[in-house]
Design a protein around this ligand. Structure first.
Ligand code: FPP
Length: 250
């Protein structure tokens, strides 16, 4: 857990990396349910331990100089889960936001959120907006929670805004470029992720950041999310440092 009310050292530990950390890390925090099942525990306990892992990984990312950490907390498809699990997840979100505010402030972390946020339960939305507001002048790492998010929904929302620009005469279809779409994405304020980490071994994107992951390096570990800790993050970053990124060039 991130120590309350203490500042983290914003320097990469020299013994860990010779190279700078990725500017933006995205994470699909998968496997909470399996982690719980393997232990004969309720799924919700898996999510609670997943929240602990998020605290630890946020702390470590901040410590090694990551500029932006985006985590997939709830997808637009997750509403299909049993109502009790959905309710527990939003309760956990509210608890997380309240418990972590002092740490976010002490460590200059700015909380952001992406997704169709207006559809969240009202108390969760209020807690989210309050924490976003309270951290809005922080200038360190961005912690971006993807909540009621999917890449397809984001693209649909962006295209709607482009259509409005065309309809009101501000954009001609023949002038439309990638940048015209990109400026309407939820993520318009941040660079695309350099590294995507997915836990629990599944080899898919699950509708996460479909546009933004075009040239992102992928790292999949069999570990379930609640077991993913500091050393696992270091290993993912070391693996990232071994990659040769060509962005379609030679
Ligand atoms: C995927 O595991 C995880 C989720 C759908 C929710 C992620 C939520 C957390 C990590 C809790 C903490 C987050 C916040 C923001 C407080 P799964 O349930 O799909 O696992 P399974 O595939 O093994 O069933």
């Amino acid at each position: 857990m991130i120590a309350q009310s203490t500042s983290l050292t914003p320097l990469p530990p020299p013994s860990v990396f010779n190279l700078p950390a990725p500017k933006h890390i995205a994470i699909i925090m998968d496997g909470n349910g399996r982690w719980a099942k393997q232990r004969g525990l309720p799924r919700v306990t898996g999510h609670e331990n997943g929240a602990q892992a998020l605290r630890s990984v946020t702390e470590t990312c901040c410590e090694i100089g990551v500029g932006c950490l985006t985590v997939y907390a709830f997808s637009t498809e997750n509403w299909k889960r049993p109502a009790a699990e959905v309710s527990a997840l939003f309760g956990l979100l509210e608890h997380f936001l309240a418990a972590e505010l002092p740490t976010l402030l002490a460590n200059n972390i700015r909380l952001r959120a992406i997704g169709r946020l207006q559809e969240l339960p009202p108390t969760a939305l209020q807690a989210l907006e309050r924490t976003i507001e309270r951290t809005s002048t922080n200038t360190g790492m961005n912690l971006v929670l993807a909540i009621n998010y999917s890449g397809r929904a984001e693209l649909v929302d962006a295209v709607r805004l482009v259509c409005e620009e065309v309809a009101n005469g501000h954009l001609r279809p023949e002038d439309f470029t990638q940048e015209d779409l990109q400026k309407h994405l939820y993520t318009k304020d941040w660079p695309d992720p350099d590294l995507l980490i997915r836990t629990s071994g599944e080899m898919r994107l699950s509708n996460f950041l479909l546009w933004q992951l075009s040239y992102t390096e992928l790292y999949v570990t069999p570990k379930c999310w609640p077991d993913f800790g500091r050393e696992d993050l270091f290993e993912a970053v070391r693996d990232f440092h071994r990659r040769q990124r060509r962005f379609g060039g030679v």
